[in-house]
Write a protein that binds this ligand. Sequence first.
Ligand code: B12
Length: 440
Amino acid sequence: MDRGRMALAVLLLLCVWLPVSLQCSVSENQIGQVTRLLNIMVQSEKSSAASGSTPNPSILLALRLASYHDTATERAMLGRLQADAVKRVQEGLEFSSGTVALYCLGIQACCADPSLTSAPGLTGGKKTLNLAELLEKKLKEEIENIDSKNFPLTNYYQVSLDIMALCMMGKPVTSHSVQRLIEASDNGGFSYGGKYSVDTASVAVLALTCVKRSIKAPDRMVLRLKIQNTLDHLIKNILQETTSEGLIGNVYSTGLAMQALSVTSTSYNCSRTIQTVLERAGSGSFENPMAASQITPSLENRNYLELNKLHCEGIQKPLPESTLPPPHPTVPEGVITVHYRVENSITENTFNDIIDVTVPAGSSLLRVMEEAAKISPVKFKFTVEKSSWGPFVTSIQGLAGNAEDRTYWQFLTGKDALEQGVGDYKPFNEEHIVAKFSKY
Ligand code: B12
């Protein structure tokens, strides 16, 4: 090829490549939306610390990956995570495998060693708690459950988090565990109630990419090849879930999907995705700090596989206070009526009860449910459990979902599943909300 042609070819290549790849992070004049979300997370951590609630490790990951920092809050959070890990282990409290994985990643992101987690109050002659070892044990239990019952103790999102965190700590991940994740990806294990979970596929991509990068021994080349095939397949599935506006899955899976596409160097129309995400941020989709934590890394083109390479010393750019006002969906006035139905057609004692509830406009679905329970407690009483995303509805009319039967209370508007939980979702006037006892 002569020089002229070569130059033309390079120019053409650049024309195709630039628009898809360059704009993979927010521009200078869009950074305000990111700092606003970072401030939401910092505030939520501060109030969680003040009220003695458990820390949220996903928030620490997002804060550590950002370009602006509130170092005092990050440092305090590391201490809270370490203390909480020790407390959970000592008091035998709930500590799911994925939570242990997120704690390990959070501690590592602060340049501390999860294998040497110490906290005041550590007793029994032990000076440190080995969280990496605990995670290995938790993953083993997940895999044993898959071996015997065909599904994990928790879910494949958490199994993926486990594999990613172990791999990031340089711990060996057995071929058997990786194989189980690959099989799940091939056999519909990443779907809940028939709906493909882009979030799960994306975390699996991060986990498998980490494992693939760590394979050096020639005798594990077959595994490497299998991983590559699965990655190709997962990326295809994820891209297939792109909407016309550029979201991947829904607005809440888009951040994780962007991380998956980034670590696999997949080209896609990233500027369109960022544009839509920023619009949604502007209209209030990410006010929940957990939602903010899963989107901000991608807005700055960062990903979880960089968590073990962060700098903890030296001056960090201080996080400015947000100059953007919080989104103001025009303050609604008056009252609204919501048609609320609770429905169970899968266990023996079926029921289907409807009530019309009137609440102030702008109320959450949780408020609607509370009103319904006040009016008709027998039919509409319910219980919730606190989680990183807010209140998770565990039972209605005394009927509780459970992991063994893989049942849960699903929330729909008409026939469509809600994209937010009952604490965040704000019904509109005359909306038909259904709580349906479902299988996943
Ligand atoms: C697995 C999963 C489920 C499982 C959980 C049970 C199980 N065996 O694991 C099932 C299928 C039951 C489920 C249900 C729902 N989910 Co879900 N779920 C997930 C997923 C893929 C992984 C969660 C996880 O294990 N995290 C890791 C562990 C370590 O963190 P954790 O906080 O301890 O996890 C627990 C909670 O997250 C809780 N949980 C799961 N989903 C939801 C949703 C809400 C709103 C709340 C408060 C809690 C909650 O269950 C997890 C396991 O115990 C996430 C994806 C994501 N990006 O986070 C979506 C996700 C959290 N779910 C989501 C939604 C919308 C729901 C539903 C509201 C859907 C619906 N229309 O009914 C319901 C909850 C309804 C209720 N009863 O209150 C959204 C939340 C978005 C938002 N802004 O609130 C996410 C982000 C998916 C998405 N991209 O849309 N979910």
